[in-house]
Design a protein around this ligand. Structure first.
Ligand SMILES: CC(C)(COP(=O)(O)OP(=O)(O)OC[C@H]1O[C@@H](n2cnc3c(N)ncnc32)[C@H](O)[C@@H]1OP(=O)(O)O)[C@@H](O)C(=O)NCCC(=O)NCCS
Length: 236
């Protein structure tokens, strides 16, 4: 137990720049993520030992104090770290590998009312950004990074960086994803293309009409329709 506490405090110091040089007492007394993890380790051990009521009571009190809800049955690996703590929910059948980092507001949840395995399984060295939702019995491969506010409903390959809603890989092993379906950001927009075509025809007709009437240029005040460029709110 003492070695477990030492390892969890060392993990906080290693993973959180704000915890460098901070005493063990201070981390134990004010790092909500560390408190939640230690409480979970106790609740999980009691559940495994068949102790009734107490594991859920510990989880309930821990949620009230830290804002982190970890079901006592969830399996959490070594060197786990929750930065900032608040708003994290980890479901009953979730499994988390070693050296995983979660930021505030992450959900490892189910998608409905089904029973059995219904929460995600995270491999080793996975990082999940703030507010990300990982839903269903999906598998997240080793070393994957999940962007802040991403909604992940499908398996994530090892080493992938996944962003957006629905979450989709933008990098695998640090390299841009190639292929016909790779660019989810700049999707074709046939309606905008059709409106742009019509707008160009109208401008041409107005010009011809103007030439016939002796007036200049297209009708004043008709806005030019341009396709939107830049990052999409859907994932870039
Ligand atoms: C996903 C993440 C890990 C990627 O970091 P990275 O490996 O350095 O990758 P990049 O910054 O090069 O991003 C890769 C692409 O994804 C996009 N992207 C990154 N994070 C994104 C996010 N959360 N949502 C949508 N798109 C995102 C980038 O714009 C970039 O797009 P491009 O290929 O069109 O240029 C990082 O952006 C992230 O979200 N980390 C979580 C941090 C967090 O929660 N901090 C809380 C502190 S309190």
């Amino acid at each position: 137990m003492v070695s477990e506490v030492r390892a969890d405090v060392a993990t906080a110091r290693d993973r959180d720049p704000a915890a460098r040089g901070v005493s063990t007492f201070e981390i134990l007394s004010s790092w909500a993520g560390v408190q939640a993890l230690l409480a979970h380790r106790a609740a999980h051990a009691l559940l495994e030992a068949g102790v009734p009521v107490l594991p859920r009571t510990i989880a309930y009190v821990t949620r009230a104090v830290t804002g982190v809800e970890i079901h006592p049955a969830a399996e959490i690996g070594r060197e786990f770290f929750i930065d900032h703590g608040s708003g994290v929910v980890i479901g009953e059948t979730a499994r988390v590998g070693s050296r995983v980092t979660l930021y505030q507001g992450v959900t490892l949840g189910g998608t409905g009312f089904q029973r059995g395995k219904r929460h995600p399984t995270l491999g080793d060295n996975v990082t999940v950004g703030s507010g990300a939702k990982l839903l269903g019995p999906i598998a997240v491969g080793d070393g994957a990074k999940i962007g802040a506010n991403t909604v992940v409903v499908e398996d994530v390959p090892p080493g992938a960086t996944v962003v957006g809603n629905p979450g989709h890989p933008v990098r695998v092993e640090g390299k841009r994803v190639e292929g016909p379906d790779a660019d989810w950001i700049h999707l074709p927009d046939p309606i905008a293309d059709a409106i742009k075509g019509l707008s160009e025809r109208i401008a041409e007709l107005e010009k011809r009409l103007g030439d016939l009437d002796g007036a200049e240029g297209p009708a004043a005040g008709s806005p030019e329709i341009r396709r939107r460029t830049g990052r999409s709110s859907a994932g870039g």
